[in-house]
Design a protein. Structure first.
Length: 387
């Protein structure tokens, strides 16, 4: 099967989780013997990666296009159009990146089956940024969405697709999975962890306010490490000023972008990961944390209610008081109960979110889409997770 995947950012770029998710998916499909082509941009790549040339990688044939501007992806569109000519199926990632619509129109003209993944861009929080432009673009997208199969990572995203593209839209829900990191030797350290880009949608200020209001945290030996790139420099500076205002300078450290072994060790050694976001498409950092046995407190603006159900963490409102109560629960938790949470976290990650344990899921899905020539039948059957 010839599969073409489009991505604005793609591994080894580490700005946002979708670039890694697409990479793991492509790698799994390639390992299974499928012909995978990935057309990406050179955005946020290390200088060692060569742009504008085809590379044979463990995830298939990849080209990182260097464009005049990130939002003027001339070469990305050009190479994408050429790639879809021989494709059996095309998977477009992101809604509002200009290449996405160009490829959907190309597939529409060529009669190619197409899967479109919004990756969280339809949440109310995401749509609040540049709302007038996005409403205008959504009106255009609807003109070409007939026959497109939308991919949602959770039930909430499926509802969002139906809301913005109509109740007759074709949507398949398949949870995000990943290539789980190899276990590392844990050296338990008294710190809490936020991992992710520094952007207003992450609501990191809520976490800081929660810790500021916690006498237990202030008087404990615990600290907070904030790891991730400054994707919004103004917001990042505001956070640093807030730390000073809240008199948390001795308790909070901004460690910047972390990758590779250092990143995995940071997860493993942490007492708790906190993700207080206003909105998350999925939250790869949660899987990464669980894979190292580190429990997670995630906001109810994420799709992670399973944390409560599986006793692998807490799923709470992202107001400061709710976050404070949930965090304090783990700070005073007896060691045997905390170890129970750690074991449940690890089990949840390996059982439900390990790409290698569900290797045929995407291939079966693509083959079904191709086989069902009548687009109206694409979304009739729910995805089944193989265990």
């Amino acid at each position: 099967m010839k599969i073409v995947m489009s991505a604005d950012r793609f591994y080894p770029a580490q700005t946002g989780g979708s670039g890694n998710t697409i990479y793991w998916q492509a790698k799994t499909l390639t390992k299974a013997g499928h012909n995978v082509t990935v057309v990406a941009t050179s955005q946020d790549l290390p200088i060692s990666v060569l742009p504008n040339r085809w590379l044979m990688l463990d995830c298939g044939q990849v080209i990182y296009t260097k464009n005049p501007h990130f939002y003027l992806p001339v070469k990305h569109i050009w190479y994408g159009w050429r790639a879809i000519l021989n494709a059996d199926i095309v998977h477009v990632n992101s809604l509002f990146y200009p290449t996405s619509l160009a490829l959907v129109i190309g597939c529409w003209l060529l009669g190619k089956p197409v899967v479109w993944s919004p990756h969280g861009e339809l949440s109310s929080a995401a749509l609040s940024y540049r709302p007038h432009l996005k409403r205008f673009l959504l009106n255009i997208f609807r003109c070409f969405s007939s026959g497109v199969l939308f991919h949602a990572t959770c039930s909430e995203e499926k509802i969002q697709v139906l809301k913005h593209f109509g109740s007759a839209s074709l949507v398949r829900e398949i949870r995000t999975m990943m290539e789980l990191p190899a276990p590392v030797i844990r050296v338990a350290q008294p710190y809490l962890l936020f991992m992710g880009r520094l952007h207003p949608i992450k609501a990191i200020e809520r976490l800081l306010e929660a810790l500021s209001a916690s006498t237990l945290f202030r008087e404990s030996g615990y600290s907070l490490k904030i790891a991730g790139p400054d994707s919004d420099t103004i917001y990042a500076q505001q956070l640093k000023e807030l730390v000073v205002t809240l008199k948390l300078s001795a308790k909070v450290a901004f460690v910047g972008t972390v990758q590779g072994a250092l990143k995995e060790q940071l997860y493993a050694d942490a007492h708790l990961l906190i993700l207080p976001s206003h909105s998350e498409n999925f939250g790869n950092v949660i899987i990464e944390s669980l894979a190292h046995g580190t429990p997670v407190v995630a906001s109810t603006n994420t799709s992670w209610q399973v944390l409560d159900q599986e006793q692998a963490g807490r799923w709470v409102s992202n107001d400061a008081d709710s976050l404070r109560v949930a965090i304090e629960q783990f700070l005073v938790m007896p060691p045997d109960q905390y170890e129970h949470y750690r074991k449940r976290a690890l089990l949840l990650a390996r059982r439900d979110y390990d790409m290698s344990m569900n290797a045929s899921l995407w291939a079966d899905f693509y083959e079904e889409v191709i086989r069902r020539k009548a687009p109206a039948t694409y979304g009739l059957y729910p995805a089944k997770i193989k265990r």
